[in-house]
Design a binder for this molecule. Structure first.
Ligand SMILES: CC(C)(COP(=O)(O)OP(=O)(O)OC[C@H]1O[C@@H](n2cnc3c(N)ncnc32)[C@H](O)[C@@H]1OP(=O)(O)O)[C@@H](O)C(=O)NCCC(=O)NCCS
Length: 167
């Protein structure tokens, strides 16, 4: 049972989210890619400035898991289609020492529930990331294809339906 509660992110969280992502990316992808490549990617995507630009994007939601003293995880999702039926989960990261306590599941449930018009949710997962693949399969996701990950990092594409009783 985790002590983290889920809330909407604010601009003041972005420095802590940036630090959380740097730590979690090194722990997750440092073994898959070299540390330099991971640092390069986090330096592009996960700066405070880049994260602030995501806050308040139309049809998106940015959540953090907070225990009152620090952030344990974050999630960002955005509707991908004009009719808002397809939701894309762009980020879901839980700090290594907060993993395995239900924080990821809580973030997922909360963010999925923020998009009542969505009927499907999609996520891309690095193939070698067994933990994340196990997590999403456990949540009912099924593999629907592959992707180049946008920047040449190949990924598996997973989807699952969303419905009134899912959140
Ligand atoms: C993947 C991640 C988001 C899961 O969050 P979490 O808080 O650790 O997950 P939870 O505690 O909510 O676990 C929920 C379920 O996931 C599955 N799961 C978790 N860790 C797992 C592992 N190592 N192997 C297989 N399944 C796993 C289990 O089914 C678990 O349910 P259970 O506790 O009843 O067994 C988190 O581990 C993480 O951030 N990892 C690093 C970053 C990452 O890979 N993010 C996803 C990028 S797409």
């Amino acid at each position: 049972m985790s002590t983290f509660f889920i809330r909407t992110a604010t601009p003041r969280d972005m420095a802590a989210v940036s630090e959380l992502l740097a730590e979690t990316w090194q722990a997750t992808y440092g073994a898959i890619y070299d540390a330099e490549r991971v640092a390069e990617i986090t330096g592009m995507w996960h700066t405070e400035k880049a994260l602030r630009a995501r806050l308040g994007q139309p049809d998106s939601e940015f959540l953090v898991a907070d225990d009152g003293t620090r952030l344990g995880g974050m999630a960002f999702a955005r509707a991908a289609s004009d009719d808002r039926t397809l939701l894309v989960l762009h980020h879901l990261y839980v700090r290594p020492d907060a993993q395995g306590q239900g924080v990821g599941t809580d973030l997922f449930s909360e963010i999925a529930g923020c998009f009542p018009q969505a009927t499907r949710i999609r996520v891309e997962v690095e193939e070698a990331n067994d933990k994340a693949v196990g997590f999403y399969v456990g949540l009912g996701f099924a593999r629907v294809g592959t992707s180049d990950g946008g920047i040449g990092l190949p990924a598996l594409v997973f989807e699952r339906p969303l419905g009134a009783f899912d959140a």
